[in-house]
Design a protein around this ligand. Structure first.
Ligand SMILES: Cc1cc2nc3c(=O)[nH]c(=O)nc-3n(C[C@H](O)[C@H](O)[C@H](O)COP(=O)(O)O)c2cc1C
Length: 356
């Protein structure tokens, strides 16, 4: 690997990333009115593009008004007002030379009644996490097992939100299948006990993801990127893996590889850790199965970790370091010593104080 791979361009389907460094999706819970994020939160994204990031992700945008929201003050992207609020932000990110990607999600059972306008909590099966919800200090409510009507409605929410992103001018749209939210809940035997054709073997647990990917693909013009984010872990009951083995992960990556996706984005706690007993990193394991452009995230905070993570991936994404250091890209270029931030440091994301 040449030393400047991190700063080499990377073409993806008609888009050129000017380097291999991106801003990971980060929820900011700042939308006080009409599900539009606070002005300084939008400006933060533009500033990261102006300071050299090649890819800028939005926070996870919720896909419907009934049950998709899992945190207070999340954003939506379906009304004209919401589209109009994002348009200049997307234009400014692009003007600064970065690729703008909208991430969208449905939280599934990771919600509570009051957080959604319709007060519904839904999931593949009526199972609650063991952990309490840290935001309410209470157990998560028992979700309704989704009916076939619910499934169709939720898929449509992803489609409508993708259309909103297309109208706002985003270069790419990402389906959030990671971190134990709804799509991940369908993929996992821990949370999906369904006895219909959305449960059972991996291929059937994947059906919900496949339906969303294909329905979204149908409304996303060919000049935009379609990405999918995946992880082996979830935000509740963190000790429970999505996949039980390296082989199961390979099987899931094979299913994703067969879909019309332009980017696979793998989210880890620490990109350098070996996956199961494979002796390989998650990125290396994934690379065995797919030639698709591969983004990797998790613990990438300085030049050495960025170079290391790029050994088996095409692009590195940073969450906490991008959040807290507006000059991260330049600091990586000069090889400046940089700290590895802790999760608590990221609480700054949810404050009212604008971030630099
Ligand atoms: C404040 C904050 C909000 C986050 N929100 C999201 C999100 O909306 N969607 C998502 O896929 N990941 C989200 N993440 C996870 C990050 O994208 C990333 O995977 C994680 O922080 C690990 O990368 P890091 O070690 O570079 O911080 C969030 C992380 C932080 C710190």
């Amino acid at each position: 690997m040449s030393d400047d791979r991190l700063f080499s361009a990377f073409p993806i389907k008609g888009h050129t990333l000017r380097n291999r460094i991106g801003v990971a999706p980060m929820t900011r819970t700042s939308s006080l009115r009409d599900s539009v994020p606070r002005e300084d939160v939008l400006e933060f994204l533009v500033r990261r593009a102006e300071n050299g990031a090649a890819v800028v992700y939005t926070e996870a945008i919720v896909t419907d008004y009934e049950s998709a929201q899992g945190y207070p003050r999340q954003a939506r992207l379906v009304t004209q007002r919401q589209i109009d609020a994002w348009k200049p932000v997307v234009a400014a990110i692009k003007e600064a030379g970065a690729v703008a990607i909208m991430q969208m999600f449905h939280c599934g059972r990771m919600a509570w009644e009051e957080v959604n306008p319709a007060g519904r909590v839904i999931a593949p099966s009526a199972l609650t996490p063991r952990d309490d919800n840290p935001l309410t200090g209470r157990p998560y409510p028992r979700p309704d097992a989704m009916s076939l009507f619910d499934i169709e409605h939720v898929v449509d929410g992803f489609v409508q939100t993708a259309r909103g992103a297309v109208a706002a001018g985003f270069d790419g749209i990402e389906i959030h299948g990671a971190h134990g939210y709804l799509i991940s809940q369908f993929l996992s035997t821990y949370t999906n006990h369904r006895e219909d054709h959305y449960g059972g073997p991996l291929d059937q647990r994947f059906r919900f993801a496949r339906e969303i990917i294909r329905a979204v693909h149908d409304v996303v013009p060919n000049d935009r990127l379609l990405a999918f984010r995946i992880s082996d872990w979830g935000v509740a009951d963190m000790d429970v893996s999505l996949c039980g083995s390296a082989d199961e992960w390979r099987g899931l990556m094979g299913l994703l590889d067969a879909e019309p996706l332009d980017v696979l984005s793998v989210s880890t706690y620490d990109h350098a850790l070996p996956a199961w007993d494979s002796g390989k990193t998650m990125a290396a394991l994934t690379r065995e199965v797919t030639d698709k452009p591969l983004f990797i995230c998790g613990g990438i905070h300085d030049r050495a970790s960025a170079d290391g993570a790029l050994a088996d991936a095409d692009v590195v994404l940073s969450g906490k370091s991008m959040l807290l250091n507006p000059n991260l890209v330049e600091d990586l270029r000069t090889g400046r010593p940089l700290p590895a931030y802790a999760s608590e440091d990221a609480n700054a994301a949810y404050g009212e104080e604008p971030l630099p």
